[in-house]
Ligand binder design. Structure first.
Ligand code: HEC
Length: 159
């Protein structure tokens, strides 16, 4: 009788352990995929906590500009394209961000929008983008959008 109880307890413990292990594995792999999607901007010029007022990456050239553009393109396509359109080309759900031409006034509007999102009558139509993306990533997005505007790329040129 005691043997039976012990065996039962042991089986129960083992089952618990297994469940814990599975939960850990699934949490870990979820964390893993979330990391894979985040944008690593550590190689770009760092901007600090305080938001700058003008696009600090606009005048970069050479390799650093290429890095900003490729980071900006993937940050855009992962975080903005679902509403603002693939490749920066709006399909009408949200404004076409290529229209926001390079100027310090538009930089301020851009910075305001990505930090505050948009809410109408309690309905969030655009979340605050600073929850997922750093200032460096968001200015890379802006720099990339400006480059799409001048080159007039189509989504098919990018994918
Ligand atoms: C869930 C949908 C959604 C996502 C995701 C989203 N936006 Fe928006 N965004 C909107 C909508 C809708 C508007 C228009 C809001 C309004 O003015 O009523 C907007 C407006 C803007 C504006 C102002 C444009 C203008 O011409 O006035 C900027 C800038 C902007 N978004 C940037 C971004 C960036 C950058 C990202 C990604 C990092 C992003 N948004 C992600 C929905 C979204």
């Amino acid at each position: 009788m005691l043997d039976c109880l012990l065996a039962y307890l042991l089986a129960y413990l083992l089952a618990c352990l297994l469940a814990c292990l599975l939960a850990c594995i699934s949490l870990f792999s979820y964390g893993g995929s979330a990391t894979a999607q985040s944008i690593d901007t550590s190689e770009l010029p760092q901007l600090g906590e305080e938001w700058v007022e003008e696009n600090p990456y606009r005048e970069l050239s050479g390799d650093m500009r290429d890095k900003v553009l490729s980071l900006g393109a993937s940050a855009y396509n992962q975080n903005c394209a679902s509403c603002h359109g693939l490749g920066g080309v709006s399909d009408g759900i949200a404004p076409d961000l290529r229209m926001l031409k390079a100027s310090s006034e538009n930089d301020q509007w851009y910075a305001y929008r990505v930090q505050n999102g948009v809410e109408h009558d309690g309905v969030v139509s655009m979340p605050e983008m600073t929850e997922q993306l750093s200032q460096e990533a968001l200015w890379s997005v802006r720099t990339w959008l400006e480059s799409v505007e001048t080159n007039d790329l189509l989504p098919s040129d990018i994918f």
